[in-house]
Design a protein. Sequence first.
Length: 279
Amino acid sequence: MSSPHTDPMAMTAGTATARPRRAAGGDNTTRPTLAVWKFASCDGCQLSLLDCEDELLAVAGHIDIAYFPEASSRMLGGPYDLSLVEGSITTAHDAERIHTIRDQSEVLITIGACATAGGIQALRNGRDVGEFIDSVYAHPEFISTLETSTPIADHVEVDFELRGCPIDRGQLIEVITAHLSGRPARIPSTSVCTQCKARGTPCVMVANGTPCLGPITMAGCHALCPAYNRGCYGCFGPMESPNVDALWDLFTQLGMNDRAKQRAFHGYNGWVGPGEIQS
Ligand code: SF4
Ligand code: SF4
């Protein structure tokens, strides 16, 4: 699913202008450069960046958006001060391309469940991908893919992982501005339950017996699903030290069988999250 026009190796073939690397927090005569890269993904996290509107305009005054094909045809070559990477590694070409991007990036931040956990496409991991290809594509002979979908951090060093499917635009702006000002990003590491209680939403698990992954999921979505009377689907991935066993037992008490629980625990972040623990 990655796009050939996002290939930095193609850029270094002569279509782009080489730029000096600039560390964040230095003088303002040269603005730090930002690049946004896509791998296997739906583009939803890049759209979250575009959706920042006013905030993005304010940020744009302090950075030079050097490479962002989703937003602009202006594509400057690296090195880049900050790279945002969306999507997972699913092809041999992408497994090579991410190393080139890492080499060109002072700071590399992955955005979204695809990039930080392999995404929904990681549901194929551990299964026969050839069988999936045969059943989905009319011409499977044209498909070249790896057996697995893996997070960017499985391939190169990552400086920060921003979770979510899609990411939260407020958290994204916080990460970018924190980088620009040379301070740590203030991203919560508590569970969705804390944000659920903060907005005064009745607990759907207690009130209705609706299974909810909120107790083990990283905060960041402002408990959107419980606010609409649905259980959390775990888009933001596991929180720090999740008590998976306790929630597994609670789901049992709510009448779920093992198959249903495994399906609930897999999903957006199953490759790195509690889905693996309980498989
Ligand atoms: S994390 Fe979700 S919204 Fe973001 S690119 Fe992947 S599938 Fe799309
Ligand atoms: S609805 Fe879900 S996220 Fe909200 S308090 Fe209950 S278990 Fe936690």
